[in-house]
Design a protein around this ligand. Structure first.
Ligand SMILES: [Zn+2]
Length: 719
């Protein structure tokens, strides 16, 4: 869920990767509208003229660019192409992920395919590339943002291999197609082979888990005294456990039968076996592609435009984190092992991988006596939406009010539309909320850009439009739906992304909001998670659904206590995943060795977690595909968020002073400024340090918050 940044990462879309929506949408007029307020999308078939007109308009702009206009005109034209094309890409993506009408989804699919083909043509246009190179030579008189735009467009085209000879470029394109096939195969295998474990008799499964599994039956010979007569059989009932991640979590947390937990753990970490080979082929293809593009590894290619700038910097950051978390996580392991021994009445016996979630859950609930239903009674969905409104109002003086959807604009009757309005500045942007689960809808919680902000003229600004998509279950009445606290945290995380887009005021939509490098884009979302944990914030909206009482401070303290218990172990696991992602995409031996044993070795070195021989978790860890060499970004951004929280927000989280700093120094710049400059402006004193051409976040705020420092300092004193 924390990795659900809804950004198209498709390589073919790379030039116009983080872009957006439709041609100039003038202010809402309720008489003419279609889906998302796009006039073309009054019906599913509207996607066809929508995509055709976008391609036609872009073609006109490419012709104009071929005439080598001034650098300033070129950047404006490029941004309009980007805006036009991305309007199709982004609206088609949101539609494919959420629209309940099959015909809309199918037409969106077709539009996406057509626009992707066109993107490929654009990304390989030498006319555009030559014009960009020329403009880069002449752009020193332009605004810093325009200069940055021209340079970044040129660099992104080179990432696609535009500067290579035709034969080499052809190989890059073939590898690209191969890579996307492998990704599809990997994801498909996960769906078709989730793994199953059959358990007999049914009584081994606690009643409260029965609803998760399918009952199955097998015939057993009926045992009678006279064996020769035992032709009758009885049917024995059992359960088939599907080891998909969701069911797996429930079984590992709640089943008291350690044999069952073990079987389920091992099966879940062994399927789909076919992906072991798919992953290996994918890594090789990515590696070859990176080498053709002049990089030593895929990680180098993926990281070089990020803040970290090179795999060496990323590794150094991760090793620093790994060292810092070691002592506390060992302490946590010892504590949990002791707890297990007490519960089992044993003097020895190690904690096995399938024990961890079970005893962690049990220990947290026995120490903090937390009942998730009690906590949820303060988090009705309507309260939580109120919380988001409180946040923007206190921090930014912005009023978030609900506005009616025009006929045809919505895709489900439950979708809400909010307008962010500033009393002096007017409307700032629009937010659709599509919060309830539906069959076939995007699972989880994510932020989708629909339209990026951009300056149209001296007096006109194209307002950003985004959608927040969640999957809260239960009734479709917002005051009857109650969220558990982790859902509240996710909602705030995604709202952080949404605010980044909505408060963005860049000149070009190419840099609007979250359209920035990955290891920077996750900072606002991680920062807004803090708001979901702070009592001073929670008491403003978290009220009991029947009594109306504000959430008790003691309850929030217990929730925080439970969160922090075993937090070092959780962090260590994330560090391990990030190290695995870097290592697999790093420099490769030839031929590529055994991926599973490389990962097992890494696990032994960097975690307290036991590796079970023969298992391979990497066969269904799709983050390796989606974030190839970028998984570290979450931890990296988490460190920055911890420092910003501590230095800017913690003293008075809802203060307009904090809000003003966040908005004017950070959020409004989107990707238009160098991220390091933005961070340094917001927290001038040591939020990062320069290292080897990149930057490493200061980890002390996160360590202090997780009490990792103390341990380390104690050790230093002992020495
Ligand atoms: Zn995120």
């Amino acid at each position: 869920m924390l990795w659900s940044l809804a950004v198209a990462r498709n390589k073919t879309v790379q030039l116009f990767r983080h872009k957006n929506l439709p041609l100039l949408l003038r202010h809402r007029s309720f008489s003419t509208t279609g889906l998302y307020g796009i006039p073309h999308l009054k019906s599913p078939k509207g996607f066809q003229p929508f995509v055709d007109e976008a391609i036609q308009r872009s073609g006109e702009l490419v012709n104009y660019i071929s005439s080598k206009p001034s650098a300033s005109e070129l950047m404006r034209a490029m941004d309009e192409i980007s805006d036009t094309v991305c309007s199709v890409v982004d609206s088609a993506e949101l539609c494919r992920q959420t629209h309940p009408n099959r015909e809309f989804v199918e037409e969106a699919d077709k539009a996406a395919m057509k626009i992707n083909e066109y993107l490929h043509y654009l990304n390989t246009s030498h006319d555009v590339y030559d014009a960009l190179k020329k403009a880069e030579q002449e752009c020193h008189m332009l605004s810093a943002e325009a200069q940055r735009g021209i340079k970044s467009l040129r660099v992104e085209m080179e990432r696609g291999g535009i500067h290579l000879c035709p034969e080499t470029l052809d190989r890059v394109n073939k590898l690209d197609i191969g890579i996307s096939h492998l990704c599809r195969e990997y994801n498909q295998n996960i769906v078709t082979d989730p793994g199953t474990v059959d358990i007999y008799p049914a009584s081994r499964i606690p009643k409260n888990l029965h609803h998760l599994f399918k009952p199955i039956y097998k015939s057993e010979p009926l045992i009678t005294k006279d064996i020769s007569e035992s032709k009758d059989t009885v049917k024995e009932k059992g359960f088939r456990i599907t080891t998909d991640p969701r069911t797996l979590d429930s079984v590992l947390q709640l089943s008291s039968d350690d044999e069952i937990r073990k079987m389920v753990y091992i099966q879940a970490n062994s399927v789909p076996h076919a992906n072991v080979d798919v992953l290996k082929r994918l890594i090789s293809a990515r590696h070859e592609q990176a080498q053709i593009l002049g990089c030593g590894s895929y990680a180098e290619l993926a990281v070089k435009s990020n803040m970290a700038s090179s795999p060496k910097v990323v590794m150094s950051f991760l090793h620093e984190m790994s060292k810092m978390v070691q002592a506390k996580s060992t302490e946590e392991l010892n504590l949990l092992t002791k707890f297990k021994r007490e519960k089992c009445g044993q003097n020895n016996g190690d904690l096995r991988p399938w024990d961890e979630a079970y005893y962690t859950t049990m220990m947290k609930s026995s120490v903090y006596k937390l009942d998730s239903l009690v906590a949820a009674s303060y988090f009705s969905l309507s309260n939580c939406i109120e919380g988001l409104k409180v946040l923007v109002n206190s921090l930014f003086g912005v009023i978030c009010h609900r506005i009616p959807l025009a006929p045809g604009e919505s895709w489900d009757p439950q979708v809400l539309k909010l307008c962010l309005h500033h009393p002096e500045e007017g409307d700032l942007g629009y937010l659709y909320l599509d919060l309830y689960s539906r069959k076939g809808k995007y699972p989880g919680c994510a932020h989708f850009a629909i339209k990026g902000g951009r300056r149209i003229s001296q007096t006109e600004y194209q307002l950003p439009i985004v959608a927040l998509v969640c999957n809260f279950s239960g009734s479709r009445n917002p005051s009857a739906v109650r969220l558990n606290h982790s859902e509240v945290e996710t909602l705030f995380h995604e709202f952080g992304h949404a605010l980044h887009s909505l408060l963005s005021r860049t000149d070009y939509q190419h840099f609007s909001g979250t359209r920035t490098v990955l290891d920077f884009a996750e900072i606002p979302s991680n920062l807004f998670e803090y708001y979901a944990w702070d009592y001073r914030v929670l008491k403003t909206f978290a009220r009991h659904y029947s009594t109306g009482d504000a959430i008790p401070e003691k309850l929030v303290e217990s929730m925080l206590g439970a969160k922090n218990m075993f937090a070092a172990t959780d962090l260590q696991r994330q560090i391990f995943y990030a190290l695995a992602d870097q290592t697999l995409h790093g420099e490769q031996p030839h031929p590529l060795g055994d991926v599973s044993s490389v990962l097992a070795e890494l696990k032994r070195k960097h975690t307290n977690l036991e590796h079970i021989e023969g298992t391979h978790w990497e066969a269904r860890f799709s983050h390796l595909l989606n974030y190839g060499a970028g998984y570290y970004s979450y931890l990296y951004a988490k460190c920055f968020a911890a420092t910003i929280w501590k230095k800017v927000c913690k003293e008075d989280p809802l203060s307009p002073i904090a809000g003003n700093a966040l908005r004017t120094k950070f959020l409004q710049h989107g990707g238009a400024r160098d991220p390091a400059v933005i961070l340094n402006d917001l927290v001038p004193d040591g939020i990062y340090r320069s290292y080897n051409g990149g930057i490493i976040p200061d980890i002390s705020s996160l360590c202090e918050e997780m009490e990792l420092m103390e341990e380390n300092q104690k050790k230093v004193h002992l020495l």
